[in-house]
Ligand binder design. Structure first.
Ligand SMILES: [Cu+2]
Length: 483
């Protein structure tokens, strides 16, 4: 990796210097460490213009080894202002990306300097604006020094719409009446995929299915035209060649703006070995939940006799799905359908409740506690403690604090809550204290109460928000301000 040189401390001396660099742009001779530009893909036979984040080797995203630094220039080759976020990079000081209060936008044609030690694990990068919907996102994967020497396959998920995120936001604002229960298909005349009854129905047996005075759990408030796995739909999926009998590591990233999935490895034996880049004791499940922003590392085992094996990602509470195919040489790859036989359940906390982290936080009493009530109000207003980001004061913390954040979901949609700059530990899912997974996004189901603990170790403004893009854009964001 030419740009990811070890210990290159040339550009800036620290966070304050980087903030100053927003004004005085250095000139760069070398190739950019990352170029953000438009690109064309084809979705369902139609051309689509989306964004891409391309590394020095010409691939989408950054692929590095533990110990590498991410160092160089981020070039904005788009015609839009850009706010990036290095999602999961806990060693990036404030100012290494622009997703903090006062970070501003990187102007079209301009460059930002970055230089930080990459955090090992399956992470990603994305815009912190509505352009995230237009695939302004990419893997940011740093292979762990102790990773098993086996084939690795990256699976990046997206929800895709031909219409713009601004149009989607305006549709949501006028058509959805949150907090008033299910009203069925109230927007059937919109372009794109028809919203079937499954988008709003009873939660069934899941926790939170029926709560809050009879209002109903729902999901998928945005109607998408397609669900993509590595930019492709299941009618024309990516086929990755694997060896018979091989163990394969899937590094799965949910880069979707507004969609949670269940990962279904089909007939392949599988186990989860990491959540949001943090190693866990191997845990097998028939299907693995992955909320917006989360990552999941799965080990799957290809049968010795070989064959073709779809890895499905099925949309929460729907039949629709996307995926890739793992196939041994010469195997016949059967056509796949983008609809499963049955609807999947809503995401819940059952899988997280069984996860055991390999690197838990040390036992320690909280020195700082914040309660965050997650609310949805009529007019597509999403709030934390009744306030939108513009209205809310920051949550104050000090370096050295053991902070606990207790999320209480008063609404009817799951909220995947993300804290920038940190990997917290889930310590309570509403079923009592436990030694839960390390994550940086936790799904808080409707009616759910989830507590995470985090050791505050660096100053700055760290955004705390729902990773449903339109909930975030409609107010569900605050920040932890560390002094
Ligand atoms: Cu949300």
């Amino acid at each position: 990796m030419p740009i990811l040189t070890p210990t290159r401390r040339g550009f800036m001396a620290g966070a304050s210097a980087l903030a100053a660099s927003a004004l005085a742009r250095p000139a760069f001779a070398a190739a950019p460490a990352l170029t953000v530009a438009s690109r064309q893909i084809e979705v369902l036979g139609r051309a689509a213009t989306v964004y891409g984040m391309t590394g020095p080797d010409g691939r989408l995203g950054i692929y590095a080894q533990e110990g590498d630094r991410f160092s160089g220039q981020i070039l904005n080759a788009t015609d839009q202002g850009l706010i990036t976020h290095w999602h999961g990079q806990i060693w990036a000081a404030e100012g290494q990306d622009r997703s903090y209060t006062g970070g501003g936008e990187l102007a079209p044609g301009a460059g930002d300097a970055v230089d930080f030690l990459l955090t090992p694990g399956t992470h990603w990068m994305h815009s912190h604006q509505l352009t995230e919907q237009q695939l302004l996102a990419a893997p940011m994967i740093t292979r762990e020094a102790d990773a098993e020497d086996i084939q690795e396959v990256v699976l990046m998920l997206h929800d895709f719409a031909f219409r713009s995120p601004e149009e989607i936001l305006s549709e949501l604002g006028v058509s959805m009446m949150h907090g008033h229960g299910a009203t069925g298909n109230e927007s059937g005349s919109m372009p794109g995929m028809a919203m079937d009854h499954s988008a709003m129905n009873m939660g069934g047996m899941d926790m939170g299915g029926m709560a809050m005075g009879g209002m109903m759990t729902h999901a998928n408030d945005v109607k998408f035209d397609a669900y993509l796995a590595n930019d492709r739909t299941l009618d024309d999926p990516e086929v990755v060649q694997v060896d018979p009998g091989a163990r394969v590591r899937l590094r799965i990233i949910n880069g979707a703006g507004a969609t949670a999935f269940w990962i279904d490895p089909g007939v392949l034996p599988s186990a989860c070995i990491a959540t949001d880049g943090g190693a866990c004791a191997p845990l097998s499940a028939a299907a693995y939940p992955i909320a917006q922003g989360q990552r999941l590392d799965l080990i799957v085992t290809v049968p010795a006799e070989g064959g073709a094996f779809p890895i499905f990602a099925q949309v929460e509470a729907m039949r629709l799905r996307t995926g890739i195919i793992l196939a041994t040489a010469g195997a016949k790859v059967a056509a796949q359908t983008g609809e499963a036989a049955t609807e999947s359940p809503y995401l819940d906390s059952q899988f997280d409740a069984r996860l055991v982290p390999l690197h838990p936080l040390p036992e320690r009493a909280a020195t700082q506690m914040a309660h965050l009530m997650l609310g949805e109000e009529p007019g597509y207003r999403f709030t934390i403690n009744g306030q939108t980001h513009a209205e809310a004061p920051p949550i104050a913390a000090k370096v050295g604090d053991r902070m606990e954040l207790m999320f209480m979901n008063m609404g009817m949609m799951m909220h995947p809550m993300h804290l920038h700059g940190y990997h917290f530990q889930v310590v309570d899912l509403g079923m009592g204290r436990f030694n839960g997974p390390r994550r940086d996004v936790v799904a808080v189901p409707p009616g759910g109460m989830v507590t995470v603990a985090v050791d505050i170790d660096k100053p700055g403004s760290w955004l705390l928000h729902c990773h449903h893009l339109y909930h975030m854009a409609s107010g569900m964001m605050t920040e932890v301000l560390v002094s």
